[in-house]
Ligand binder design. Sequence first.
Ligand SMILES: NC(=O)c1ccc[n+]([C@@H]2O[C@H](COP(=O)([O-])OP(=O)(O)OC[C@H]3O[C@@H](n4cnc5c(N)ncnc54)[C@H](O)[C@@H]3O)[C@@H](O)[C@H]2O)c1
Length: 268
Amino acid sequence: MYNLLKGKRGIITGALDSNSIAWHVALRAKQEGAIFTLSNAPIALRMGQIEQLAQECQTIVIAADATSVEDIEQLYRQSIEYLGGKIDFLLHSIGMSPNVRKKKNHGDLNYEWFVKTLDISAISFHKMMQIGEKLQAFNDYASIVALTYIAAQRVFPDYGDMAEAKALLESIARSYGYRLGKLQKIRVNTVSQSPTPTTAGMGIPGFKEFLKYADEMSPLGNATADDCANYIITLFSDLTRKVTMQTLYHDGGFSSMGIHPAVINPGS
Ligand SMILES: NC(=O)c1ccc[n+]([C@@H]2O[C@H](COP(=O)([O-])OP(=O)(O)OC[C@H]3O[C@@H](n4cnc5c(N)ncnc54)[C@H](O)[C@@H]3O)[C@@H](O)[C@H]2O)c1
């Protein structure tokens, strides 16, 4: 390991179980010398295995619903107190759509749920940055990363209203990235990850078949959660200080492909 995050303090949201992308990021951040707190929604604390991760990472779990301003304020206050200083990196690894869960397609959206999808999966990212700024929770040169998906740019019909949530998330990263860059040299990026077999991923209809298709379409194959953690560690490190306001594709090349012969002629 490279000690890339030695001396850095962070907050990692969204680790539910050992499949979660955030789980892998936490383990890698620990290996690279960071100290951090973990956070997830109160219900996820009851259902998931995050306490086990906290033990491995020798840290605490702070319950916070990402849609609640009060909860996010508490998350920053408790994290800064526990870690003994301001925040150098923040991972937003949060997504949920009641419409996708209930298999409602784009012609049959429940609008209350649609608003919920946007609030949980995208506006929460704005809240985390706005509240962090107001509380002066970040150190200069901090790095903020959220996870996104290419359905923000192209049509993947089964992704439902999460496509709109990811488009909003990426826009927030640009707009708030400008602001925090000017204010404190903080960078804000989204990582557009390959389909990954997690609780959120597997909730999408036809996910298994799509996983195989994406793997075949990508010259390097799908990026795993472990690969994603490695990439995110570089973004949290001081080696990427001039990268900001970007949607960064971490997908084995999928986003640049038109067609792959293997998809037309299996075995080629
Ligand atoms: N799995 C994939 O194929 C894939 C691909 C690209 C991007 N992503 C994104 O990666 C991120 C992490 O998802 P994952 O695949 O690791 O799945 P996951 O199910 O392990 O993680 C999603 C997390 O969101 C949390 N969450 C849901 N509602 C919340 C709320 N109100 N407050 C706080 N937390 C809440 C869940 O508890 C869970 O920990 C999501 O933004 C997802 O959209 C996933």
